[in-house]
Ligand binder design. Sequence first.
Ligand code: SF4
Ligand code: SF4
Ligand code: SF4
Length: 470
Amino acid sequence: MPQGTLCRALPVQNEEELKELLADTGGKKYYAEMQELDVNADKLAATLQKTLKSRLRTWLNICAKCGMCAESCFLYRIHNRDPKQVPAYKIQTTLGEIVRRNGKVDNKFMQHCMYTAWAKCTCCNRCGTYCPHGIDMGVMFGYLRGLLFSQGFVPWELKIGSGMHRVYRAQMNVTEEDWVETCEWMAEEQQEEYPLLEIPVDKEGADIMYTCNAREPKHYPEDIAEMAILFHIAGEDWTVPSKGWEQTSLSMFAGDWEACTMQVKEVYDAMERLKPKRMVGTECGHAHRATVIEGPYWAGREDGLPPVPCQHYVEWLAEALRLGKIKIDPAKRIKEPYTIQDSCNYVRNHGIKKAVREVMSYLADPSYYRPMEPDLEHNYCCGGGGGFNGIGMYRKERNFALMTKRDQILATGAKLVIAPCHNCWDAIRDLEEHFAIGIRWSFLKPLVVHAAIIPEHLKPQEEEEMEEEA
Ligand code: SF4
Ligand code: SF4
Ligand code: SF4
């Protein structure tokens, strides 16, 4: 059978198709159709010809098969040092083979590639920092995912995720109205404690435009409230866009490059329209990667930069504490050992190494800090990166992959894990659920909101005071 009704080379075109996919519980019909899906070898060869540029071709050719990347991959280490988990082996037996055969591969081979690309690599880019030639399997598997997506071989959840971006310009079905209403609702909820708090929508020329992860309005609106409280306390001039507020990109995990471009352009359009001095994005690693690191290339920006300077939320928080815009109540500082999960996406891939530690130096005495070993740019993936967290079919493999982080955390002795990345946060939540090691985990926002001193002029005025003033 050439193409299925759910599983096919074409991406999701509209809301109706998206709903059909969603109705296929667990992707049962989708995966059944995948067994019959034809590979269009001519199209694959043409895609290779057009998109496999010199860097990736060179990497495939110069790999010395020395195996020095093996130990760098957490999946190799936990799978009992299985040679089939060596990064170079994984890419040479998938992408390398497709290139050598110039696209003449069959359905079975594409399914093997799909399994390797999504269940044997989280695109954490750690191997790239250890290979003497700088060959990075995170980048290579990212490219392979694009080839697989273009032929319809992509896990069901990620086909849905990229479809969401195409239909809603968000990774979940959150419309512009939903988003604006959630902002209004969260502002109202806070006004008893912070009477002047607002969430300004579409304000032009503000100092900061804030963007977030769609799961915040969809599942965790308190995250939006916390962000608003902290901007309010810090006295920032800020806004959120009604359109272009979603910073994440499940299409990046899916390998749907066209949807990546659509999504990031929406955010860049908001920057051009509202002309903020800078953008601050939420505590999400892959959102930062998509909008700030990869996005300019997807959007074809010649300078390789977004339209305005961008900061990850941890950078803004560190700055606000350093400048005294937010002050911490000493009585509310954390008084227990804690450790920090360094997200690959903004720590290893963008060098934002000091900010989280700087924030924590205000929140807790440094003697409580228990570093993971290794950490910073050498840290291991949490185990759920690159979309691994969300793929039901590979749940067993993902749970196994969480063991590295479990053991790193256990070795610190800390019970509190600071995890300023949504994906890492999810993986750590799941590892606690799966292994029950007795830990707690947190973003930075709630910790800072809890400990921040509310300036007198922002506190609710007592009725008597208000009468006097009147
Ligand atoms: S370390 Fe680099 S050159 Fe050596 S096998 Fe790995 S990818 Fe190839
Ligand atoms: S990118 Fe990460 S998960 Fe993938 S092969 Fe390299 S080290 Fe392993
Ligand atoms: S989920 Fe976190 S640790 Fe894992 S690859 Fe993504 S950023 Fe890295």
